[in-house]
Each structure stands twice: as structure tokens, then as C-alpha cells.
Design a protein around this ligand. Structure first.
Ligand code: GUN
Length: 303
């Protein structure tokens, strides 16, 4: 009997996207005599953020994208951070700007996001990019939802009329994910911490997006045998009963759900690699647009 692999392989899809990125960054260098560039700002020393930033910079360099890492101490004032962003906005040869979130509590994330020039906003978090996405005329689409949609479209050929249920209503993931799935003709439900009968909503989903930020909450009582599960959570948890001290898990209890679900993104190796690949895509796009050069969106057929 054939053993069915239900995993959605994020590393495979990320490689597929990055394979198209490298020749474009080469072409950009040839045309404009410089590499596309991405400035990444990290404030403070949140251990998870440091790892994410390190990975973003590594993948940028591997793909011929110049990275500018700016590490600021936790006590950096909001004013100082806004000034740094303002000067990066004015640097002609900086194509993309990303400020890693979360920020220390004394800094307003919204003010910081508003400060990034919409043309350099490779995260797609600026209100202009957010609004454009909701109007169905996107420019920069947030990387995690974009990566998820790419995988969903490759796994589910026909999304018309499918029921998509999203757990979580953040501006970074839940809301843009809802907008993308709505534009793809899904019937979308956004649920959150105050939703009544959460399980009943989830059980009806053809596509279930877990972005609630709580480790391994979603088990097989939230899922049906047709559900495709996209697990956006990345949580480090202690595992005293296992050999390792701690490990990364998603918002979905993978072990409990795997036997029932149709398909599932594992953690790690699911959504994470696609987020970074989409960041590279958005950076290349920002670079060509910065040079007033036409850019054929690589992911357009999937968004
Ligand atoms: N923190 C968690 N996810 C993200 C992301 O996609 N972009 C930024 N800037 N910060 C994050």
C-alpha cells in the first residue's frame, strides 16, 4: 500500500520561488550596476527575532541581494528609530526596508510602520499597501500570507467557493490572509479569541489557517478529513518528557491532527521558508520599481 505523505513542503516551494529570484538579481546587477538592496532593522535582543533576521540576511546574500543590517539597542528612542527610517527612505540605493517586529514596548509599531516609505515597504504593512491589498489592487503583499497563498494555490487547483477559516485577526497575517483568499473566490471566515463555537467554524473549513500564536492548540476536534491546514504559528516550547530541552511547534498539534487532515504544513519546514522567499521576491520587485523598470510579478499567477 502506498504511504501517503500529507505534508505541504515549504522548503520545496521556497526553492521554486528562489530559483526565479537569482537570475533576476543577476539581471538587475547587469542593468543597473548594483545589487538589489534590503535594509533590516532590529531593535533590542529578542532571541526569536535575532534568528529570523539572521535567516533573512543569509537568504538575501545567497540570492545576490545586498543586505544592510542595522542593530539598535533596546533602549533606542522612538524618535531615533524614526530618524533612521527617514534617512533610509532617502537613500536612493536602498530598495527595501524591513523593521523586525515586535518592537520594545516604548516604541509605537504603527508609527514606525507609517514612517517606512510605501515604495520600500517590502513587508507590505504600510496603510497604503494594506489598503491597496483590500481594494484588490495590491503592490506589496505581506510575506507570510503571500507565501501561504502560493502554497495553497499549488495544492488546491480550484479555490472557487471553498470555505477558508482563519484563526487570528492580526494586521500581519490574519487580515491580509483573509483578503487574499477572498480575492481568490473563497468564502472566508475570520475567527479570533472572542469567537463563539470556534470548533464548529473550524470543522467546516476546506482550508484552515492557524495564526493564533498559542502552541499546539488546534487538535483533531477542529478538523475534518478534507481540511488543508496551514499552520502559521512558530512557538518554542519546553519538552521535559522528550530528549531535547525545547523544540519549535506550530499552533496546530501536528501529531494529533495528521491522521485526519487532508494536508498540513509542518513546523518547522512549512510556512517559515516561504515567508523568507516572498521577502526576497518583494525586495526584487521594490528594486526594479525603484529603477522605474517594469517588473513582471513572479507570484501574480498565484495571488
Ligand atoms: N515579526 C514576525 N513576522 C514578521 C514579519 O513578517 N515582518 C516583520 N517585519 N516582523 C515580523
Amino acid at each position: 500500500m502506498e504511504i501517503l505523505n500529507k505534508n505541504i513542503d515549504g522548503k520545496f516551494y521556497a526553492k521554486k520561488v528562489l530559483k526565479k529570484i537569482y537570475p533576476l538579481s543577476q539581471d538587475f546587477l547587469y542593468k543597473f550596476n548594483r545589487r538589489p538592496s534590503l535594509a533590516v532593522i532590529i531593535v533590542g535582543d529578542n532571541p526569536a527575532s535575532k534568528i529570523y533576521v539572521k535567516n533573512k540576511i543569509r537568504v538575501a546574500e545567497e540570492n545576490n541581494i545586498q543586505s544592510i543590517e542595522i542593530t539598535l539597542p533596546a533602549q533606542t528612542s522612538e524618535e531615533e528609530l524614526l530618524k533612521r527610517i527617514d534617512s533610509l527612505n532617502k537613500e536612493v540605493e536602498v530598495d527595501g526596508i524591513l523593521v523586525q517586529l515586535p518592537l520594545p514596548k516604548h516604541i509605537s509599531e504603527q508609527k514606525v510602520i507609517n514612517m517606512i516609505s510605501p515604495e520600500k515597504d517590502v513587508d507590505g504593512f504600510h496603510p497604503i499597501n494594506f489598503g491597496k491589498l483590500y481594494m484588490g489592487i495590491p503592490n506589496f503583499i505581506p510575506c507570510t500570507p503571500l507565501g501561504c497563498l502560493y502554497m495553497i494555490k499549488n495544492e488546491v487547483r480550484d479555490l472557487n467557493g471553498k470555505s477558508a477559516v482563519i484563526i487570528g485577526r492580526s494586521n500581519i497575517v490574519g487580515k491580509p490572509m483573509a483578503s487574499l483568499l477572498l480575492s481568490s473566490n473563497c468564502t472566508v471566515t475570520i475567527t479570533h479569541s472572542k469567537t463563539e463555537n470556534l470548533k464548529e467554524h473550524c470543522k467546516k473549513a476546506d482550508i484552515l489557517i492557524a495564526a493564533l500564536g498559542s502552541p499546539e492548540i488546534i487538535d483533531d476536534t477542529y478538523v475534518n478529513e478534507n481540511t488543508i491546514i496551514i499552520d502559521i504559528g512558530i512557538n518554542r516550547v519546553e519538552k521535559p518528557k522528550e530528549k531535547v530541552k525545547s523544540k519549535l511547534v506550530g499552533d496546530v498539534n501536528y501529531e494529533k491532527v495528521y491522521h485526519l487532515a487532508n494536508k498540513i504544513t509542518p513546523v518547522p519546514g512549512g510556512v517559515g521558508p516561504m515567508t523568507i522567499a516572498c521577502l526576497m521576491h518583494n525586495t526584487i520587485k521594490a528594486a526594479y520599481q525603484n529603477q522605474k523598470h517594469n517588473f513582471i510579478d513572479l507570484l501574480e499567477e498565484h495571488t
